[in-house]
Design a protein around this ligand. Structure first.
Ligand code: PHE
Length: 355
């Protein structure tokens, strides 16, 4: 038997048996590599007598082609096998139960801040922000509350240093100061944010939220204040009419000052706003004190206006029937999934939104 036939039979057998790519590559180099058996047969042809050369060359090329074809087919078969194996192992079992997933909820306070911002934006208020860590000047002195003023004690302030220069802001009113110092009148802004006082019970938390309002222009009076608050409360609670009362009060930074209560009633455990004979305090307000305007370089003989500070958490409790303020800040996921808002269920306008 000629060498060529021997090689052919040997390798046809070998190829029958193997099933891995690495073995095929091995065979490829054994046959067609630099010192491969077929390559060597080609080299040998030069020394053959010329009358044999033609036949040998025909045989050799036929063998080479046959082996190469088989090798290629083998490679394809192996690849197809691998893919089939993969498909079999990675089959999707559509009968399996789906994986549980939970969608986050928007906290009622964030929701209410968005609602408030949208209502005031519609009547021309810009939204401003200020830092939670304030200096004593912006939080008190500039707001006509000098050192030793009793109002400083009433605020149960968290001071951050021995000299009482830095503190956690006790209200959002310092944003009035920051806004007016940075700009020129007229001003028409709201400033929602976190505020802090050392106080804790069912309706007070050491951290709570307020929204400050400030409108300064040449002819702003108390009537504008009343009209603005009336409009806001009706829009916020989505009611046609409300009961609102101004009680005389005192804030060092407003004169005259008032606290505002809204009337409500409890019907079958539900709070109905605008009816009944119960009153709930929701905000402090007044005409900005001339001393405050002077402190922020606004001429009080030309400009005047009103300011208010609304307790956001209370509004959220009232609107969405939540009766313990402390639950807002306990980060209890079950509470949030009950009282929170679906982020994907946001209508084009925040108003008219129901849970
Ligand atoms: N800053 C006051 C408070 O926290 C509320 C207020 C704001 C009163 C603006 C008058 C004007 O109690």
């Amino acid at each position: 038997m000629s060498d060529i036939i021997k090689i052919k039979e040997e390798y046809l057998n070998k190829l029958q048996e193997i099933s891995e790519l690495k073995d095929i590559n091995q065979i490829k180099s054994e046959l067609f590599g630099k010192n491969g058996k077929i390559s060597n047969e080609f080299k040998k042809m030069g020394s053959l007598p010329s009358e044999d050369r033609k036949k040998v060359s025909l045989d050799l090329n036929a063998t080479k082609n046959e082996l190469q074809n088989l090798i290629e087919k083998k490679i394809k078969d192996i690849e197809i096998n691998e893919i089939n194996l993969k498909l079999k192992n990675e089959k999707v079992d559509v009968t399996l139960p789906e994986r549980t997933f939970s969608r986050g909820k928007i906290h009622p306070v964030s929701q209410v801040i968005d609602e408030i911002s949208s209502i005031f934006s519609e009547i021309g208020f810009n939204v401003e922000e200020g830092p939670d860590v304030e200096n004593e000047y912006n939080n008190f002195t500039a707001l006509n509350t000098p050192e030793n003023h009793p109002a400083r004690d009433m605020h149960d302030t968290f001071y951050l240093d021995k000299n009482k220069k830095f503190l956690l802001r006790t209200h959002t009113s310092p944003v009035q100061v920051r806004t007016m110092l940075q700009g020129k009148p007229p001003f028409k802004i709201i400033a929602p944010g976190r505020t802090y006082r050392s106080d804790s019970d069912q309706t007070h938390a050491p951290m709570f939220h307020q929204v400050e309002g400030l409108h300064i222009d040449k002819n702003i009076n108390m009537g504008h204040l009343k009209g603005c608050l009336n409009y806001f409360i009706k829009e916020f609670f989505e009611v046609e009419k409300i009961k609102m009362r101004f009680r005389p009060s005192h804030f060092p930074f407003t004169e005259p000052s008032a606290e505002v209560d809204i009337g409500y009633e409890l019907k079958n455990g539900k709070i109905i706003i605008g009816e009944g004979d119960k009153w709930l305090e929701i905000l402090g307000c007044g005409m900005v004190h001339p001393n405050v305007l002077k402190n922020v370089k606004v001429d009080p003989t030309k400009y005047q206006g009103y300011a208010f500070g609304i307790g956001i958490d209370r509004l959220a409790m009232l609107k969405y029937g939540i009766n313990d303020l402390r639950a807002f800040f306990e980060t209890d996921y079950r509470w949030l999934s009950h009282f929170g808002f679906d982020p994907l269920d946001v209508p084009s306008s925040y108003r008219g939104l129901s849970r």
